[in-house]
Design a protein around this ligand. Structure first.
Ligand code: PMP
Length: 408
């Protein structure tokens, strides 16, 4: 077992060792660690629904009616009426014929992609796609090509060069990128998928509940749900619950029920979670102001950080501030915690090398005062760390772009 210890020591030296940090939820965008309370910027509870009494009540009601577990996979005896209620609601909400629930977004991506593609097929994937998409691609055995982040020209070059050599083609991307907070040029992507006869799969994990007229995501915002073949989203972020959905044509969903192994061979989501998810989705119609207020706050926060000269990315509720070096990023995150701000460092391999960052998730519960205080604390932390390193913290991020190109 020496190799285990050596790996751990190596990661520690490179400041890449990950450790768990137990917290207690204090509600209203706050967490407690020990006795201390922090403003929480590392949660995906964008609309502040995770502690909402309505979701709790519906979760408890479903548990009272069906028990605490589904006790089997959907294809055995775990197929409960509540699963169908949520699926029917999601199909209508997303604007597709049918929806299917998965245990989580991770399980949806690693089940769906291998169900759709095999070694005769080709997949084109944005190079910043989430690990679950990457793992799904690897499991499928298909040939795959990564296109530069949101780069339509690069994607088209690859499609032109490679599409004809394969049976099926799949383009897969996210609508709001989890670590960069930016959004995709959806209209142009749909045009490309049509021109090159490819399937198009869109992961709306960070967009559902936040974007679109009714909160259904970026596809809804552009009026392009019909141009996307497969839409995936999660309940564990803005919707305040847990699990994931896949929405597509009736035949494609029926195909997945027969082929997606992470659906077939896994216990169905528990009733309490489904009850909370149904209420989470209902809340989008009952309290539409939550997403409007959230996006106003995020725009405001991004503006304040930019005014302070920080290297900020994105155009959503996810507001990453690029630091560069791992050690400096960890130090800044520690300094933030000393000031009761919980905003964790994100390091490679989650993000490209030399692009370590502090990822701020703005949520509905953060007040304007919170945002101002955090911006001041962050600027201070940068100033304290800067003399220790040569990184150009207050640059335009050109460094990162160079690295992106080199790695592609
Ligand atoms: N897709 C994306 C884009 C994500 O960011 C995440 C999680 N952060 C997932 C899928 C996985 O979802 P889950 O947490 O429900 O497994």
């Amino acid at each position: 077992m020496e190799w285990v210890k050596e790996s751990l020591e190596g990661w520690k030296k490179e400041r890449l060792l990950r450790t768990l940090k137990p917290v207690r939820c204090a509600g209203h965008g706050r967490v407690c660690i020990g006795e201390a309370e922090y403003i929480n910027f590392s949660s995906n509870d964008y609309l502040g629904l995770a502690g909402h009494p309505g979701l709790l009540e519906e979760g408890i009601k479903a548990a009272n009616e069906y028990g605490t577990s589904s006790s089997a996979s959907r294809l055995m005896s775990g197929d409960l009426c509540v699963h169908h209620q949520l699926e029917d609601r999601m199909a209508g909400f997303i604007g597709k014929e049918k929806a299917l629930l998965f245990g989580s977004g991770y399980l949806a991506n690693i089940g769906l992609i291998p169900a759709l593609c095999d070694k005769k097929d080709v997949i084109f994937s944005d190079r910043l796609n989430h690990a679950s998409i990457v793992d799904g691609i690897l499991l499928s055995g298909a040939r795959f090509f990564r296109f530069r982040h949101n780069d339509l020209n690069h994607l088209e070059d690859l499609l032109k060069r490679e599409r004809k050599r394969f049976k099926k083609a799949l383009i897969v991307t996210e609508s709001v990128f989890s670590m960069d907070g930016d959004r995709i040029p959806l209209k142009e992507m749909v045009e490309l998928k049509e021109r090159y006869d490819a399937l198009f799969m869109l992961d709306e994990a960070h967009a559902v509940g936040v974007f679109g007229k009714t909160g259904a995501g970026v596809a809804e915002e552009y009026g392009l749900a019909s141009g996307v073949d497969i839409i995936i989203g999660t309940f564990g972020k803005a919707l305040g619950s847990y699990g994931a959905y896949v929405a597509a044509s009736r035949s494609l969903i029926d195909y997945c029920i027969n082929r997606a192994r992470s659906f077939i061979y896994s216990t169905a989501l528990p009733p309490s979670v489904i009850g909370a998810s149904i209420k989470g989705v209902k809340m989008l119609a009952e309290e539409p102001f939550r997403r409007r207020v959230l996006l106003e706050k995020a725009t405001y926060f991004r503006g304040v950080l930019k005014e302070k000269g920080l290297n900020v990315r994105g155009a959503s509720q996810i507001v990453p501030v690029i630091v560069g070096e791992n050690a400096a990023t960890l130090k800044i995150s520690d300094l933030l915690q000393k000031d009761f701000v919980f905003a964790l460092a994100v390091r490679p391999p989650t993000v490209p090398r030399a692009e370590a960052r502090i990822r701020f998730s703005v949520t509905y519960h953060h007040s304007e005062e919170d945002l101002h205080r955090v911006a001041d604390v962050l600027k201070n932390a940068f100033q304290q760390v800067r003399p220790l390193h040569n990184a150009t913290f207050f640059s335009s991020g050109k460094e990162g772009e160079k690295i992106n190109r080199r790695n592609t």
